[in-house]
Design a protein around this ligand. Sequence first.
Ligand code: FAD
Length: 492
Amino acid sequence: MKRLVGRSRPEVGLDRVGGIPEEVVPTADTHDLVIIGGGPGGYAAALYGSAAGLDVAVVENRRLGGTCLNRGCIPAKELLQTAEVARTVSEAGRFGISAGGDVTLDFSASTDRMWSVVDQLVKGLGGLLKSRKVTVLDGTGTLGDDRTVTVTGADGETTTLTGHNVLLASGSVPRGLPGFDVSDRVLSSDEVFGLDHVPRRVVVVGGGAIGCEFASMLVDLGAEVTVLEALPAILPGVDADVVKLVHRALEKRGITIRTGVKVEGQETGDDAITVRLEGGDTVEADRVVVSVGRRPLSDSLGLDGTGVKVDDRGFVDVDEWCRTGVDGVFATGDLIATPGLAHVAYAESVMVIKQIMGEEAVPVDYGRVPWCVYCHPEVAFVGLTEEAAQAAGHDVVVSKHRWMGNGRALILGETEGMVKVIAEKQANGTGGQILGVHMAGPWVTEQLGQGYLAVNWEATVDEVAQFIQPHPSLSENFGETVLSLTGRGLHG
Ligand code: FAD
């Protein structure tokens, strides 16, 4: 078994379940916290816990950083940045700049850059864990009785650790689609990052966040892209006005979007793959990217008979404190049925560490976490959609501002999209508490912060309208949208 990063024997005992024991029992391989999984859920707990003085061990069977760093957020956003550069260069003529001939793509240089960003982050994470004296074990962890974790290395060798606390953070893997096993022509999100060229024609099955990001990236890099979505609209969970706008914008860039279509199967030929739709229609492509969600990875944890319960979809059952049914055993991240986002995993794991430290902890408010989709135009939102606010019984007032009147957006040449703010309606018709902030447009994933704070601080329109936005800036659009909900705006 390879011990990647080590720490001297912990000076802690097992006098109580969970928390930090006071009595010192010098037991080898006993830690304050043993974590299974080195993705965002696991490494956030390791970093935050070790910063608080806990002795932590992490068990990881692939690569530190998990899905997010190695085959998710980071490589996806890196390729989307390549797509943005391609767009910028091909539109440089608008600014009077000639790039000197046709815009060409060296995809292997692009993917080299993507992997160098990934490697730098993974290496940095390993170094940080080492500097915090976190023990990192290379192997597959399974949970046993009394918070023991058996680690099996690739060579079959095993070792057993005991945690005063154990965190299950084994994450998730792409969900498959019957009849669409991964092959040369059928890719899950994992295989997209292994492409050695941009396919000429791509069908993306699934119009959720990840599907739309891939579609947006591939069309910018020169592919013909068709998105097939079974639901009536793409981007489920996103405010309907924003969905409409993004749908139109993606179509304008050449993506074919078909909603309300069910994929029945596929035939792989020598030169192409043909996707069959319910009703007999077919779509031909060179590659199919299946992007229909993710499946929690609870089956590798050996949970049978441990007292940790798993629901019928494979998610580990936890309460609002991320506690499983077994004392001192927690679970966070994609393994539990909460929003499948890296920053949600971080927040859950920080909350777990606070509990272990005996500090005041606050459960994650899942209805108010930030959501971002990095397609073009970008999407970012927090809080209730207009529809959900009404369904929850709120009398609402809504303001929407497009980017056309925003100086910075015009300067950037990025005027597609809008900011939409939903607030509780006061008796005089103006806005009270801000319930939801929804954005589509330039760099909105970087602009959501103000909306996030407003919704989570339960701020009112009047309070937020007082704040000054820098000029000229994209964030003025949020300021103006809020200001108009006071009953008086500058531009509308
Ligand atoms: P994971 O990241 O899956 O990490 C779990 C780790 O545990 C893995 O390394 C796994 O190998 C390891 N493991 C599993 N079982 C065992 C075992 N028994 N023993 C030892 N190790 C084990 N989220 C965002 O917030 N923003 C984004 O922009 C974003 N983009 C995404 C794009 C794509 C293409 C994908 C696929 C996902 C994206 N996500 C994004 C989601 C994000 O990646 C996940 O929510 C996040 O990685 C979950 O973290 P986790 O720690 O729970 O699980």
